[in-house]
Design a protein around this ligand. Structure first.
Ligand code: ADP
Ligand code: MG
Length: 394
């Protein structure tokens, strides 16, 4: 199994010093996330259940007094250093990766927080575009760095909302609140049960090692081109379903009334979307109850049922994800599913610790046999949310 954690607070501070010629005031880290269950429920005001990954994005930063924001990333080294005037920031004005951190500075200032210029250097161990939310990790690391550099008071849920605003309004990606909230608010050893309507959150025990279990993440390293259009189409279909059923959002359809609701829908495509969203909400509820009861093993079949629903009803899977899930289950996983928006990205598998190597090996071998790119397989432990990892001079 390959790990993907390879940078440290000191390597990020050194990178800052190479880029800007002086030592940073501090280094802040924010994790990527993987969603255990609750896919496409967030765009229907429902519940999600992510954990923070050990893999983080680190931002080394120092305040500047001239209202200039300089941005540089190890992962986007070819783009050089972006140099932006804070006063001139506006949606649509910044291209490429720098739009994420610049959007954060813009959103914080729009919210009236006393945040000024800064030099920022970024390194990340979260694979980008793998459905593990490197974008939110980048946003939250930047947001925490800027608010702490300037002593701006902003609690974690508010920080997450502003980072989401940056991604929605400044970068132009219509994501829900899950990714930023997970990166900002998760606690180690717990999954985050988030109600995406009222943003109420609850930390649910998720210490798999204590149960002799592991969570494997399979990054397929593919992203099929239809992802963006399909996301918008599924969202629109869900909204049509809610309108037809006379509810504000599909999370308002009780699971016990699903069959009656489906019978009222004329459009077969919309019916399938509704069936996924409403049944997925019920799967989140059951997985949360099992984790709270200390019975994580029993969550396995719910993960696999969630995959079938995303594959057959919501139609957002792809051959690589289906293969990862099928082979993991054949090789002895307790359950497996795609995670994230689909059409590539990552799958996860809940496995006995003793079966982890065999399941990971079987998936890797099956990808080779099918002629797919070799996947990146790693065991995910529920890590903590964003934090300062180094002060200047340390
Ligand atoms: P995901 O969030 O699932 O990884 P997204 O498409 O939402 O995928 O975000 C990926 C984008 O975020 C990248 O294309 C890049 O623009 C930006 N990004 C994320 N991490 C970094 C990084 N360390 N350096 C530069 N850009 C990054
Ligand atoms: Mg993202």
């Amino acid at each position: 199994m390959t790990g993907t954690v390879n940078s440290t607070a000191s390597s990020t501070a050194e990178g800052f010093e190479r880029a800007y010629g002086y030592a940073p005031e501090g280094v802040w880290a924010a994790p990527g996330r993987v969603n255990l269950i609750g896919e496409y429920t967030d765009v229907n005001e429902g519940h999600v259940l992510p954990i923070a990954l050990p893999q983080c994005t680190r931002a080394a930063a120092s305040a500047r007094t001239d209202g200039v924001l300089r941005l540089r990333s190890r992962e986007a080294a070819g783009a050089g250093t972006a140099e932006l005037s804070l006063a001139a920031l506006a949606p649509g004005r910044v291209e490429g990766w720098a739009a994420y951190p610049a959007g954060v500075a813009w959103a914080l200032r729009e919210a009236g927080l006393p945040v000024g210029g800064a030099d920022v250097y970024v390194e990340s161990d979260v694979p980008a575009g793998a459905g593990l939310s490197s974008s939110a990790a980048l946003e939250i690391a930047t947001a925490l760095a800027l608010t702490e550099l300037y002593g701006a008071a902003c609690d974690r849920p508010a920080l997450a909302r502003l980072a989401q605003r940056a991604e929605n309004a400044f970068v132009g990606v219509p994501c829900g609140p899950m990714d930023q909230t997970a990166s900002a608010c998760c606690t180690a050893g717990h999954a985050l049960h988030l109600d995406t309507r009222d943003l109420a959150l609850r930390h649910v025990p998720f210490d798999l090692a204590a149960h002799g279990l592991r969570l494997l993440v399979v990054d397929t390293r593919v992203r099929h081109a239809l992802a963006d259009g399909a996301y918008a189409a599924r969202r629109a279909g869900c909204e049509a379903g809610a309108r037809a059923l006379g509810v504000r959002a599909l999370r308002d359809v009780p699971y016990g009334e699903l069959d009656a609701a489906l019978a009222r829908l004329a459009d077969a495509g919309v019916r399938r979307l509704v069936r996924h969203v409403v049944s997925e909400g019920e799967r989140v509820r059951r997985v949360v109850a099992l984790l709270a009861a200390g019975e994580p093993r029993a969550a396995g079949p719910l993960l696999t049922a969630g995959h079938a629903s995303l594959r057959d009803d919501f139609a957002v899977s792809c051959p690589e994800l289906d293969l990862a899930v099928a082979v993991a289950n054949e090789a002895g996983a307790l359950g497996a599913r795609m995670t994230g928006a689909g059409f590539g990205g990552s799958a996860l598998a809940l496995v006995e610790e003793t079966a982890a190597e065999a399941v990971g090996g079987a998936v890797t071998a099956a990808f080779a046999a099918a002629g797919h790119r070799s996947p990146r397989v790693f065991a995910a432990v529920a890590g903590g949310g964003a934090r300062r990892v180094c002060r200047g001079g340390e």
